[in-house]
Design a protein around this ligand. Structure first.
Ligand code: FES
Length: 107
């Protein structure tokens, strides 16, 4: 279980307890956090689960694989230093306290 804070573009925070083994995307989708569309259901095929990871967390996540990196090119205003697709981040206890910022929109 990890407590994850999803910060909407406008600043509204959603603090969610996400079970281990789920993804950061599922934690948002299953709790109706607005701003993560997850159109492909987590198949790394759409980029609508894009977020900006808080800088202090970037290095603590599993590295981006090439497929995620390619798909991030289709996200809205990706930031090479902080952008991730949340369906590709598996939740573990080590992610307790993770903060992600949602983009202005998903495309
Ligand atoms: S849900 Fe489609 S890429 Fe993450």
């Amino acid at each position: 279980m990890a407590k994850i804070t999803y910060v909407e573009f406008g600043g509204t925070e959603h603090v969610i307890d996400v079970p281990t083994g789920r993804t950061v995307m599922e934690g948002a989708r299953d709790n109706n956090v607005p701003g993560i569309d997850a159109d492909c259901g987590g198949a790394c095929a759409c980029s609508t689960c894009h977020v900006y990871v808080a800088p202090e967390w970037v290095e603590k996540l599993t590295p981006i694989d090439p497929m995620e990196e390619d798909m991030l090119d289709f996200a809205y205003q990706p930031d090479p230093a902080r952008s991730r697709l949340t369906c590709q981040i598996k939740v573990t206890d080590a992610l307790d306290g993770l903060v992600v910022n949602l983009p202005e929109k998903q495309i």
